[in-house]
Design a protein around this ligand. Structure first.
Ligand code: MTE
Ligand code: MO
Length: 179
């Protein structure tokens, strides 16, 4: 009886297993899930405490640039990105880090949104080099060339273990002081 039971289980595993194989095209690797394409972003709107300024890619590229190197945990590649440090853009929008504004940085959220509405939150103090060691940059170049499928503007941070807070086709950033 016990032997029959084992034989039935064995047969079931065998049949189900071969059905799964039968459904897979011969010799083809399972297709990677296609990245849904976000609309192209060609400018970045920065809203800092209610006031909005918009920067085109050309304007971003005339501002002081920084190149950083990161390990992309997904692609397992080292990638270099060039762009404006986000703190420089915040300063352009009137949020300069000084002893007088330190509390505002400690209390503010930075919400970064892509054209596909994907969004992430940083603390303003993570963006400010006077408070945090990592870099957060608004990149317009990868490995000295274009960003390719990632659009024209991409937010990159150096301290995250995964690229989940990197925003492709970055279109807006809103800084809000919390009460
Ligand atoms: N605009 C946009 N940016 C995004 C995402 C997204 O869906 N839309 N996904 C994020 C996530 S969860 C990851 S892990 C990284 C890298 O995703 P990829 O490996 O699919 O390129 O991009 C991030 N940036
Ligand atoms: Mo992810």
């Amino acid at each position: 009886m016990r032997r029959i039971g084992i034989a039935v289980i064995g047969l079931t595993v065998c049949v189900c297993g071969s059905m799964a194989w039968a459904q897979m095209p011969m010799g083809a690797a399972p297709a990677a899930a296609a990245k849904p394409k976000a609309p192209l972003s060609t400018s970045l709107s920065m809203t800092v405490t209610g006031k909005t300024m918009t920067f085109t890619v050309a304007q971003l590229e005339t501002m002081p640039q920084k190149t950083i190197t990161v390990d992309n945990e997904h692609t397992k590649n080292k990638e270099s990105y060039t762009g404006v440090p986000l703190e420089t853009l915040l300063a352009q929008c009137g949020a300069t880090y000084t002893p007088a504004t330190q509390k505002m940085f400690l209390h503010s959220t930075v919400r970064a949104i892509g054209t596909d509405q994907y969004f992430v939150i940083y603390s303003a103090s993570e963006v400010e080099s006077g408070l945090h060691a990592g870099d957060v940059i608004v990149a317009t170049k990868m490995n000295g060339g274009s960003l390719g499928d990632d659009g024209r503007i991409k937010l990159i941070s150096t301290e995250d273990k995964k690229p989940a807070r990197w925003v492709r086709n970055l279109v807006s950033i809103t800084v809000t002081e919390q009460q």
